[in-house]
Design a protein around this ligand. Sequence first.
Ligand code: AMP
Length: 210
Amino acid sequence: MRLVLVGPPGAGKGTQAAFLSAHYSIPHISTGDIFRANMKAGTPLGLEAKAFVDRGELVSDAITNAMVRARLEEEDARAGFLLDGWPRNVSQAEVLRALMAEKMSSLSAVLEFSIPSEEIIARLSSRLTCRQCGKSTDAGSTSCPADGGELYQREDDKPEVIARRLAVYEEQTAPIIHFYRTEGLLITVTALGDVSEITQRAIDALSRVQ
Ligand code: AMP
C-alpha cells in the first residue's frame, strides 16, 4: 500500500496514520514529526525549519522534498508507505508523481479526511502533545496516555498560529485535492466520530483499491 493522507490540520491525520500504518505494516512518514524531531535535537535541518514551523508557514519545497526523498529511499519504505503531511502543495505533488514514475511505481490512493472548520479550531486549540513520543491528546489529560510523558502545547497550536495554518492549508494544500481527484486517486472519508470508527471507515474505503 502506497498511501498519502490529506486533510486540514486537526483532522486527526497523525492519529489515524498511526493505526493505518500498523494495520497495513507500512512506515508512517510524517514530515511534521521529522521537522519537530530535528528541531528538538537542534540539527541544522531543525534550525532551518523552526522559524517556518513556529509561524505555521510551509518550510521550503527544496528542503522538504529532499528530506522525504531520502526517507523514501530507506529499506522499510520499499514495500509501501504512508505519507502524512507531504505533499502539501501542487508542486510537491508533482515531485511525488515524478518520483513514483522514476521507480516505475504509483500511489495506491490518496485518503482525504474531511472535517468542518469550526471543529478544527476547537480540536487544535485544546490539543496537547507528548514531549517524548509526539502523540497528541485532548486538553484535560495531565500526562501522555501512551507513555506517561510530559504534555505541552505546540507553538503552532496557539490561536494566532492556527489561523495562519488554516489559511496556508486553504491556499496551498487544498488545491492538491483537485489534483488527486483528477488523477482518480482521491478517496474522502469524514473525520468526525470516534477514532476507531474513523479508522474503520478508512480501511473499508481502502479495501476497494487494494
Ligand atoms: P504538521 O505536523 O503536519 O501539522 O506539520 C507541522 C509544520 O511542519 C507545518 O506547519 C509546516 O511548517 C511544516 N511542514 C510539514 N510538512 C510540510 C511540507 N510538506 N512542506 C512544507 N512544510 C511542511
